[in-house]
Design a binder for this molecule. Structure first.
Ligand code: NAP
Length: 295
């Protein structure tokens, strides 16, 4: 089967590409960089060099594919709102799929895609899902991943400096988390299944409150006074902007962090809970320790 994948040799595709090649598929991988071509070919796939933001290029990369995997890849226009950026990208995805005549799509989406602007940055996924749903005669599965474990690595600097994780969410709030390898498992199953009847498939590997995360990391890092410090939304926004995050992103992240305190945030996920993925927070904690020691 001919498969085209966005996401280059990223965290998820490090698992999907070898699995698809091993299964005998003819795999084309989109990269924005000529530098990645040799590495892609060495795994037994073809490279298509160009940008997901270019409808003409994406149409040509998708043409002839039996199935395609679409995901947001790379940076965005810092000056635009996240919803504007998502709308633009969603139209490019929709038009390229339509022009190329692909009939099977797996789109990497996110928890929160079922909700409105109250989910902040995650509203991008709602926009993309809605736009792709306009396609007729295309079988689409939305793989809604929860937060990546690796997002917690961003807290290493303040753990080092203040023995603290700062976040605008309660310490008692549950965080659903996952790992790229568990997301890849879902994509590997879904993409070649041209007759899949799965509309939405959540991927979640573990649930941990902020307090539980602190407890695990405190032990693993041997920092007994490690603490969770809840910030106000305004404090979180200011901190993200100080770190150099563009304002639209910082606002979107602040809103989505706070939304997690609402029981509604994970309601659809809980109503459609999949078998949990294999990688647990305790497994990730081992990687966290080596990242901490090497930073
Ligand atoms: N973080 C979370 O909690 C979370 C939750 C739910 C969903 N997600 C989704 O997961 C995605 C990340 O997946 P991942 O970790 O596997 O990806 P990744 O490791 O960030 O890889 C993405 C790759 O895309 C390529 N790329 C960059 N700009 C591009 C462009 N303009 N056109 C085409 N390709 C481009 C880059 O490789 P080259 O340099 O080779 O081009 C980059 O390495 C996010 O975009 C998000 O949508 C994340």
């Amino acid at each position: 089967m001919k498969l085209t994948l966005l996401g280059s040799l990223g965290h998820i595709n490090q698992y999907t590409i070898p699995a698809f090649v091993k299964a005998g598929h003819d795999v084309t991988v989109v990269t924005s960089s000529e530098k990645r071509v040799a590495a892609i070919e060495s795994i037994g796939a073809h490279a298509a060099v160009g940008s997901m933001k270019d409808t003409e290029f994406l149409t040509s990369a998708l043409t002839g594919a039996d199935a395609a995997y679409l995901m947001l890849s790379g940076g965005f226009d810092d000056s635009a709102s996240m919803d504007e950026t998502a709308t633009k990208q969603a139209i490019i995805f929709r038009d390229a799929v339509r022009n190329a005549g692909v009939n099977r799509i797996v789109n990497l989406s996110s928890v929160g895609a079922d909700q409105g602007p109250e989910v902040g940055s995650l509203h991008m996924y709602h926009i993309i899902e809605d736009t792709l749903r306009e396609l007729e005669n295309v079988n689409i599965t939305f793989v809604r991943a929860v937060g990546f474990y690796s997002n917690w690595l961003a807290n290493i600097p303040t753990i080092k400096s203040d023995h603290a994780i700062y976040r605008n969410a309660h310490a008692q709030t549950v965080n659903a988390m996952t790992d790229p390898s568990d997301i890849a498992t879902a994509i590997i199953e879904e993409l070649p299944n041209l007759k899949s009847t799965t509309d939405v498939r959540y991927v979640v590997s573990d649930f941990q409150t902020g307090n539980q995360i602190i407890e695990t990391l405190s032990k693993k890092l041997n920092i007994p006074d490690l603490k969770w410090v809840e910030l106000t939304d305004q404090q979180m926004l200011t901190q993200m902007e100080k770190m150099g995050m563009p304002t639209p992103f910082a606002q979107g992240m602040t809103t989505s962090n706070r939304r997690q305190d609402s029981p509604d945030f994970y309601a659809d996920l809980r109503a459609n809970l999949p078998t949990l993925g294999k990688v647990k927070f305790s497994d990730f904690a081992e990687r966290f320790v080596s990242a901490y020691q090497n930073s």
